[in-house]
Write a protein that binds this ligand. Structure first.
Ligand code: FAD
Length: 565
């Protein structure tokens, strides 16, 4: 008899807690059962998870699970920097206006204001941890602030093109020194522990509660991690697409888990495609930072013609959605495999100093960017939608928060402004901490309910990995070809039909085979693909990152709202 695994999948509910377990649910004697209890379960070791963990450790014990090595995060790859009002000739109002303009009418203005105003303090906190942003050559008491597309002022704090690496490693150093934080690598959260599904009564306010998660450990055993507060800091979902700048961890697990648990998710049709990913057979998803255009880089076609002013009066400094669509149009009309980004007219010494990582990586592939243009194509880069949260990072389920790229806070609206996502991660980690601190006198005392252990049922070991890899490839290709930069209702309907049998097959695998990280991630990218398509079909207009050929205009009368499912 199968309980938890099937029920989570099929019926959205699971076995009641404490009913004659484990015999009743048929656990295998050989299965090693693990139960763990903590105050804060943080899922993810990027900027949002680490920043929150550091603050929450003042309140109680923090267990941070991360599904691969702790540095395997999008944060670690961030190049350009973190946006904040740090210069005297900049203002909160300018940063707010830039964010709103980029968000195509869907940003929540109160959220934008809050995040922008919090920015400088949060960046200074990072610096106080020993994280080093480049200072101005002429005046070392000031930061050397970069400029990026869509920003009307220089406001990007950076560590050359290795900003994410500097932030990630600085935060990890601080976490390692904190005795109240335990970091568990190669621990993958599979599903959330939701009160109503575990026999816990829904409180009188009618809002379901989260008590932690099932976590697949390195020994492929699923353990029950009980927690008073659960933080989804699991990052984005770029791996849903064939071409992406994202690291392998970006399979949308947190969004998929939250959705399965009954939380609201929003705006998943708004997928940002970065316009300039290096086009080279030996480069795996290598990003050419926005900052290259910020420093004067020009997009040209194979014949050397600059084309951006045809599409936007801001030319090469237009926002990402405009630039990505322009490149897509150029490539489709010319039949060329890529376009080129040229920064070679800048002095070589400047390029080598400002973009050491991009310079070296390109050089190792035979491209000297001080002398020749860089071949680039667009690639899936950032998920603007995610788990719907309020201004404190709370989801629609009690004690379940979502931070960073896994969340949809209202900051980005229909399009994210460059370098606003590291900012969002660190600001919302603070907001969530403020809320937890407020709730802690009561929440910290509440007993956690007994919860049923995971039941693998009669599932077998999966011997043929091709069953997983084939479906992975199929979903990512379908999404790239049918749900990419430019969409049509016909293609969205078609892909929905094509995806249905693939999803059915994955559901069957999920029931038939013992869990492995690949199987869990496959299930999540399939879930995300379905959700993105669903949201894209709902929005019958073009806005920000969502461009529908059938509805090429923005339609404020009908669609000036979030897509919430
Ligand atoms: C190449 C690149 C360059 C970028 N450049 C910039 C930039 O210059 N400025 C900017 O603002 N933004 C940039 N971004 C975006 C930004 O880096 C991310 O949005 C941000 O770092 C996300 O932080 P996060 O904490 O939400 O998640 P991440 O940093 O992605 O961390 C997610 C964590 O969750 C873990 N995880 C996921 N699923 C599970 C699970 N099921 N169980 C356990 N652990 C799990 C992962 O292993 C990882 O540790 C860039 C992104 C990329 C890919």
């Amino acid at each position: 008899m199968r309980f938890k695994k099937d029920f989570y999948w099929k019926n959205g509910c699971s076995v009641k807690a404490g009913r004659g377990l484990p015999e009743r649910i048929g656990l295998r004697r050989s299965e090693k059962l693990m139960q763990k209890q903590t105050d804060f379960l943080v899922i993810g070791s990027g900027i949002s998870g680490l920043s929150f963990a550091l603050k929450a450790a003042r309140l109680g014990k923090v267990t941070l699970v991360t599904k691969k090595a702790r540095v395997d995060t999008a944060t670690n790859l961030a190049q350009g920097g973190i946006a904040a009002v740090l210069a005297e000739d900049d203002s909160f109002d300018l940063h707010v206006q830039d964010t709103l303009r980029c968000g195509a009418g869907l940003c929540h203005e109160d959220v934008v204001q809050m995040v922008v105003e919090n920015g400088p303090a949060r960046v200074r906190e990072l610096m106080a941890l020993g994280i080093h942003f480049m200072s101005d050559d002429q005046d070392p008491s000031h930061l050397d602030l970069g400029r990026e597309g869509g920003h009307s002022a220089r406001r990007i704090a950076h560590a050359c093109d290795l900003t994410g690496h500097e932030i990630e490693h600085g935060l990890l150093r601080a976490v390692a020194a904190n005795p109240n934080i335990e970091v568990l690598e190669n621990h993958l959260a599979v599903d959330l522990l939701i009160g109503s599904r575990a026999g816990v009564d829904i409180p009188s306010d009618g809002v379901d509660q989260c008590f932690g998660a099932y976590v697949l450990g390195p020994d492929n055993v699923v353990s029950t991690f009980r927690a008073r507060v659960t933080m989804l800091c699991s990052g984005g979902a770029g791996k849903v697409y064939l071409y992406t700048t994202n690291p392998d961890i970006a399979t949308g697990d947190g969004i998929a888990m939250a959705y399965r648990a009954g939380a609201k998710v929003a705006n998943l049709e708004f997928v940002q495609f970065h316009p300039t990913c290096l086009y080279h057979p030996k480069a795996k998803n290598f990003l050419i930072s926005e900052a290259v255009r910020g420093e004067g880089g020009r997009l040209i076609d194979e014949r050397g013609n600059a084309f951006m002013t045809k599409y936007d009066q801001r030319g090469d400094l237009a926002t990402r959605d405009t630039v990505a669509r322009a490149i897509d149009t150029e490539m489709k009309s010319s039949g060329d495999d890529c376009v080129y980004l040229d920064i070679s007219f800048q002095p070589a010494a400047f390029i080598q100093k400002r973009f050491p990582n991009i310079y070296q990586t390109c050089l190792s592939l035979g491209i000297d960017i001080t002398r020749e243009p860089i071949p680039v194509v667009p690639a899936a880069h950032y998920m603007c939608g995610g788990v719907q949260t309020d201004a404190m990072g709370r989801s629609t389920i009690s004690n379940l928060y979502a931070l960073g790229e896994a969340s949809c806070t209202g900051l980005h609206g229909g399009n994210r402004l460059a370098s606003n996502s590291l900012l969002e991660g660190v600001v919302y980690a603070h907001q969530a901490f403020v809320q937890c601190e407020k709730d802690w006198p009561e929440l910290g005392k509440q007993p956690l309910p007994e919860l049923a252990p995971w039941d693998p049922g009669p599932a077998e070991r999966l011997e043929e990995c091709v069953l997983i890899s084939h479906n992975w490839d199929q979903i990512r290709r379908l999404m790239w070809n049918y749900v990419g930069i430019v969409r049509s209702e016909k293609r969205l309907q078609l892909v929905r039909e094509r995806l249905a049998p693939v999803v059915a097959e994955i559901n069957q695998h999920y029931r038939d085979y013992l869990l492995t990280p690949d199987l869990v991630e496959l299930r999540n990218i399939a879930q995300l693909a379905e959700l993105i398509i669903r949201c894209a079909l709902i929005r019958k207009e073009s806005r920000g990152l969502h461009f529908m050929v059938d509805y090429p205009e923005r339609d404020d009368a009908n669609w000036h709202r979030d897509t919430i499912i």
